[in-house]
Design a protein around this ligand. Structure first.
Ligand code: MG
Length: 381
């Protein structure tokens, strides 16, 4: 029986993690959940259904506490970090955005195994996070990194020559002109069902840029050995190339259940975690290089990753503001990446070479957000 702590329980990853926990009551128990608390009814329903002992929320703690007299409710900005520190078998961090960093560090400091879906933790403070993590303390949940992790088991670590992340290409991969696309268009992902921010990041391929930085830290691979390729079907989740010229891939239908279950139950596989590929029907899997002109976000992310220090955090912070601006209807889809580019260019010379702690990370992000907001105002119609 594994006691699991689920951070970001009302988000896409958190809800699926709770579904897995509920479906395997002999394997898992949800000890605690945490979320922003903006949907108190859902938090209450989750806590009751899973019979959790602790709930962490930023807001609505009074409503939730009254509804759950037997549950210890922890509230405030640091609730998720406190929940992440509880003694347990595994913490899954399904928080979206750089606010997931504090809970990541808290889980690692507490010595907990961390199933990490919050890629921003590694993007904004990869060196700091990895310096705190013991071997096998972080198990990736992001589907590409789970695939690399699984494929890497086919050889020795020093026999890996390259990792190849797959990208669906998002909804606009076949469109030459994306100038008029709406929020609704950008939210129509061809193969994956995910949260709004990740879906928009998939449409710009910023998500793949973030994942390249994530892979660099998780697998200690140089950027020159990390590639990305368009694979529209999203069935091959990523690949690992070995020194002998062999490439090992991990494949399963496009849903997160397999990756979440593998991380929660590592090193064991969970029986029927996800439906396998149906080989009685015809499949065509395609792979094609990514057009750098069509998707400039990728080269920009790679550049920020290679410079390192505060620059990946600046890239991410600017993108978070730009995407929020697009969702709010303040800027066009085509302004997202140029806005990020502008903030990175402005910040590059002044960015710190090393981020020592959360305070350093926050300072860098605050500056980048301020610059990004100035661009938002300038670009507003
Ligand atoms: Mg991914």
């Amino acid at each position: 029986m594994r006691e699991v702590v689920v951070l970001g329980s009302t988000g896409s990853i958190g809800r699926q993690a709770l579904e897995i926990i509920a479906a395997y009551p002999d394997k898992f128990r949800a000890l605690a959940i945490s979320s922003a608390g903006s949907d108190p009814a859902l938090v209450i329903a989750q806590a009751r259904a899973l019979k959790v002992s602790y709930v962490g929320v930023v807001s609505n703690a009074d409503v939730i506490g009254q509804a759950l007299p037997d549950v210890k409710v922890i509230d405030g900005e640091l609730a998720s970090s406190q929940i992440a520190s509880l003694a347990c078998d595994v913490v899954i961090n399904g928080i979206t955005g750089s606010i997931g960093l504090g809970p990541t560090l808290a889980a690692l400091d507490a010595g907990n195994i961390l199933a990490l879906a919050n890629k921003e933790s590694l993007v904004v403070a990869g060196d700091l996070v990895m310096s705190k993590a013991k071997p096998l303390q972080i198990i990736p949940v992001d589907s590409e990194h789970s695939a690399i992790w699984q494929s890497a088991l086919a050889g020795k670590r020093d026999e890996i020559s390259k990792v190849i992340l797959t990208a669906s290409g998002g909804p606009f991969v076949d469109r030459n002109d994306v100038s008029g696309v709406s929020l609704e268009d950008a939210l129509k992902h061809p193969t994956w069902s995910m949260g709004a921010v990740v879906t928009i990041n998939s449409a710009t391929l910023v998500n793949k840029g973030l994942e390249i930085i994530e892979a660099h830290h998780l697998f200690s691979m140089p950027y020159s050995a990390i590639e990305a390729v368009i694979h529209r079907q999203s069935v091959v989740h990523s690949l690992v190339e070995f020194v002998d010229g062999s490439t090992i891939a991990q494949a399963s239908p496009p849903n997160m259940k397999g990756a979440i279950a593998y991380a929660l139950n590592f090193p064991n596989r969970l029986v029927k975690a996800t439906a396998p590929i149906n080989w009685s029907i015809k499949h065509e899997w395609s792979f094609q290089p990514i057009d750098d002109t069509q998707f400039p976000a990728l080269a920009l992310a790679r550049h920020c990753g290679e410079i390192g220090g505060g620059l990946p955090a600046i890239f991410n912070a600017a993108n978070e503001i730009a995407v929020a601006g697009f969702i709010a209807g303040k800027i066009a889809f085509t302004s997202i990446v140029p806005l990020v580019e502008a903030v990175v260019a402005q910040s590059e010379k002044l960015a710190p070479q090393r981020l020592r702690d959360l305070v350093d990370v926050s300072a860098v992000q605050d500056d980048a957000r301020m610059l990004a907001r100035e661009h938002l105002i300038r670009l507003a119609p």
